[in-house]
Design a protein around this ligand. Structure first.
Ligand code: HAM
Length: 488
């Protein structure tokens, strides 16, 4: 184990470090007097670090939960493949300015939620709070603009936001991200929405609805913002304090506010759709026609502006309509036709979306969707005595090499205990290697279905096991005689 490196507190300036501790209240193990003495000059390890606990808002995804996650991962990968998205993996840490230039100051992500810090080399960097900025950077850095367009990229992984943790809201969250570079046609907007729908629908989620809006171009947005500010200024006293401040910094964000009084007021505010330029209006109209053609469930939400500032024209979110009142955006996206140029690339229209995988898993559980079923072992390898144990290690590898999924319990000595494990697993074949078999190079193959058994040489073991598995398949499905079912 490498000893934990320590950094003097002054040099690391994470948001978390600036604020008071995020750990849930509990009594930490008292540091030894020696450690306490050390910490007077330079605390090497804070008390909180001594707690064997993950950070607030960050959690382990335990083996129990993995079948859900596996189903999500598979669905994302197959949708990506079917719609021509190529996988890309990008770093978790990027220069801070990439995110500031893309998502922009005035948004919650940049103002409040980004995990930023200075490296030992003095670079200002940040944990990615989303994928789009990094995908855009990769597109430019690797000269993808010379490739045939559109370029479709897909990624999946954790992103970090210093948000207020609660169910469905985490500080380390997982996203599946899809981006299309180099095509301005609204048909692409509809197609990426179709991909998002394909994923959630295929996962068995129903009662899904898109909310769509168009926020136009920067020019039409400016005209809209002016009208919005005029309206909101006249009713300023009805806004929450944060939104009053937003009026001068980023008035569009007021439409995003979840405070009741702000929601009520902005319901009467002017709408972006009424200020669209002709091209954006035509773009939006075509998109709606395509969505109708695809029969995707959507409603127009004129207040939808999204929490990131790179969008132009189409914005959308995918919502689950939970009748119990808990509502989550399972994903969101939109067009960002100016971002690549703003980051220093060639003018490149683009559109994409991100799905919140933690929320999708929550929704799968809530609606009792079936998780993925991992293949179960059909064979158990039992052994007795040191030599048999040693040989079993090799036989297990042989079975695996032949695509036969086996289980074992090497740590257990007694045959009885091992047979108990075998029956708990419900395997069809148990291979028994006792002291005698280990010595004379044989093994007992026991058919757990019929109860019959035979002794075979260890070289013939995989063939003998396959034969039993094949006959079991034939018994269960008389028309099917292959062993593929048992193979990985
Ligand atoms: P976003 O709406 O910020 O968009 O995030 C996408 C999804 O991530 C949300 O709809 C939600 O499901 C999930 N999510 C966001 N914050 C949290 C959180 N604190 N805890 C759990 N889940 C969360 C983006 O990130 C854009 N980059 C999407 C995009 C791609 N636009 C264009 N291309």
């Amino acid at each position: 184990m490498t000893p934990k490196k320590t950094v003097p507190a002054k040099k690391t300036t994470t948001m978390a470090a600036k604020k008071k501790s995020d750990s849930p209240k509990q009594s930490a193990a008292k540091p030894s007097p020696k450690a306490a003495k050390k910490s007077v000059s330079a605390p090497l390890v804070s008390e909180n670090e001594l707690l064997m606990q993950s950070l607030r808002g960050m959690r382990d995804i335990l083996p129990d939960e993995q079948p859900y996650w596996e189903r999500v991962r598979r669905s994302l990968s197959s949708a990506a493949q079917e719609y021509g998205f190529q996988r890309i993996d990008i770093p978790t840490v990027e220069y801070l300015h990439l995110f500031v230039r893309s998502i922009k100051q005035g948004t919650d992500i940049i103002d409040k939620e980004i995990y930023e810090f200075q490296t030992r080399g003095g670079d200002r960097v940040a944990l990615r709070p989303e994928f789009t900025a990094g995908m855009g950077r990769a597109y430019i850095q690797h000269g993808m603009s010379v490739l045939p367009k559109p370029i479709r990229l897909f990624s999946m992984g954790p992103v970090f936001r210093y948000d207020r943790p609660q169910e469905g809201r985490y500080r380390e969250l997982w996203q599946g991200d899809f981006e299309v570079f180099g095509e301005a046609d609204p048909i692409l907007d509809a197609q990426v929405m179709q991909v998002a729908y394909r994923v959630v629908h295929e996962l068995g989620l129903r009662d899904i609805e898109f909310q769509v809006n168009s926020i136009g171009t920067p020019e039409s947005r400016k005209r809209y913002e002016k009208a919005l500010v005029r309206f909101l200024e006249s009713q300023k006293h009805k806004l929450c304090q944060v939104c009053r401040d937003r009026l001068s910094t980023n008035p569009m964000r007021v439409l995003d506010c979840k405070e009741d009084k702000c929601v009520q007021l902005t319901a009467q505010a002017p709408q972006a759709l009424d200020f669209l330029d002709d091209e954006s209006r035509a773009h939006f109209k075509s998109l709606l026609e395509y969505l109708d053609e695809l029969e995707l469930p959507y409603s127009i939400n004129p207040r939808l502006v999204r929490g990131l500032d790179y969008y132009t024209r189409t914005v959308f979110e995918i919502w689950s309509s939970d009748r119990e009142g808990k509502k989550y955006a399972l994903g969101g996206g939109g067009r960002y036709d100016l971002l690549i140029q703003e980051l220093g690339g060639e003018p490149t229209p683009a559109i994409g979306f991100g799905l919140g995988l933690d929320r999708i898993v929550l929704e799968m559980k809530r609606t009792q969707v079936r998780p993925h079923e991992f293949a179960k072992p059909r064979v158990f390898l039992a052994q007795l005595g040191d030599l048999a144990k040693k040989k079993s290690l090799r036989l297990f590898a042989d079975l695996e090499k032949h695509g036969i999924l086996a289980a074992e319990s090497f740590g257990r000595g007694s045959l009885k205990a091992q047979m108990r494990v075998a029956s708990r697993l419900g395997v069809e074949v148990t291979v028994i290697l006792g002291q005698k078999e280990a010595l004379d190079g044989t093994a007992i193959v026991k058919d757990m279905v019929s109860g019959t058994q035979e002794t075979v040489t260890q070289e013939k073991l995989t063939d003998a096991v396959k034969k039993v598995l094949k006959s079991n398949v034939a018994l269960a499905h008389p028309s099917h005689t292959g062993v593929a079912h048992s193979e990985k």
